[in-house]
Design a protein around this ligand. Structure first.
Ligand code: PLP
Ligand code: COI
Length: 338
């Protein structure tokens, strides 16, 4: 194992040594269990299969040049899973139990944590779903939680290189008062048609507009959107986008860099006013945007082949905090003790 080629990892599944599970039954959470199998037992009448009672999370651990392993903002992911669970009436997992499960999964797979120099990181994927029989449309009697980890490289294969995004008005990922603000699989299912068309046509992802008026920017496929205008960081406020932990961190970093941060509605036309734009998220980190093509209106918003100066500074600071080379003033990292 010690000859793993870390540079080869893109963003895809790799079987690691162990995963951690926990079941909710009879109104309470059980003990954490360890498994080396990557299969789970699902009841044939599970609501996770039939009625979309399912949510997931995504977070990362990083090995720094000091040899320490840090997980980024784990409590935020724990809280967001609770919020997703609340939204679709699943049992909520206590924050401490979520953290314990994630840390256990990292520790059990220590040899899979990429070294600092590789630029790769360990992606952590917790998932929770309704299990046990429930055929009427009601919340499930039982829930299964599992968390697996895998080493990953960049989500968009170009890494920190600008790529192109596209606007199509015929697809929505979530309804205005729907599930857009929680991390449930259904949002991703509804993004697949538009997303695959975007890939076929040479784009990294769809830049979704608000589903009601098609006037405002929502988010980019699996990531939030931000634009830079002079010394201002602008990011959409919407009731159908996922509250990104990366974006929240970048807002803080931008503010600390002396920038003005605006979280507000962003019209499509305003794309023309930005000097830089990017997609941000755990998997995407910051993916600078070269061009946004409004496919229905035949308009291109072009930002250029090089990532802008400000996006690069934000990226470097965020990565620095995650790898332990920039001061972690807000205690975002949890250091794993082996
Ligand atoms: N938006 C969507 C739809 C996502 O799937 C993700 C990824 O989790 C994000 C935004 C970014 O969120 P975060 O920064 O918390 O990973
Ligand atoms: C993440 O950034 O963790 C995501 O969830 C994005 C995607 C792979 C769904």
């Amino acid at each position: 194992m010690e000859n793993i080629n870390w540079k080869e990892f893109g963003f895809g599944y790799t079987k690691t040594d162990y995963n951690v599970r926990c079941n909710y039954r009879d109104g309470k959470w059980g003990e954490l269990e360890t498994s080396s199998s990557d299969q789970v037992n699902v009841h044939i009448a599970a609501t996770g299969l039939h009625y979309g009672q399912q949510a997931f999370e995504g977070l990362k651990a990083f090995k720094g040049p000091d040899g320490k392993v840090r997980v980024f903002r784990i409590e935020e992911n724990a809280k967001r899973l609770q919020s997703s669970s609340h939204g679709i009436m699943m049992a909520e997992m206590p924050i401490e139990l979520f953290e314990e499960a994630v840390i256990k999964a990292i520790k059990l797979n220590e040899r899979w944590i990429p070294p600092y120099e590789s630029g790769a990181s360990l992606y952590i994927r917790p998932v929770l779903f309704g299990n046990g029989p429930q055929v009427g449309v009601n919340p499930a009697p039982e829930y299964t939680f599992a968390v697996f980890v895998m080493p990953v490289g960049p989500y968009f294969k170009e890494g920190f290189k600008p790529t192109d995004y596209v606007i199509y008005r015929e697809y929505d990922r979530a309804a205005p008062q729907g599930t857009g603000t929680i991390k449930v699989g259904g949002n991703y299912a509804s993004s697949l048609r538009g997303g695959s068309r975007a890939h076929e046509e040479g784009y990294s992802a769809v830049l979704f507009l608000d589903a009601k008026e098609k006037k405002y920017i929502d988010e980019c496929g699996p990531a939030n959107f931000f634009g830079i205008k002079g010394n201002t960081y602008v990011t959409p406020k919407s009731n159908s986008i996922l509250p990104s932990i990366t974006n929240k961190s970048l807002c803080q970093i931008a503010e600390d860099m002396g920038m003005t941060v605006e979280r507000r509605k962003v019209t499509v036309e305003e794309l023309a006013d930005f000097t830089e734009a990017g997609a941000c998220g755990t998997a995407a980190v910051i993916s600078p945007i070269r061009k946004i093509v409004d496919a229905d209106k035949n308009v291109d918003y072009v930002y250029g082949d090089e990532a802008g100066k400000t996006s690069f500074k934000l990226y470097e600071t965020l990565r620095g905090i995650q790898y332990g080379t920039v001061e972690d003033k807000y205690n975002w990292n949890t250091i794993i003790e082996f």
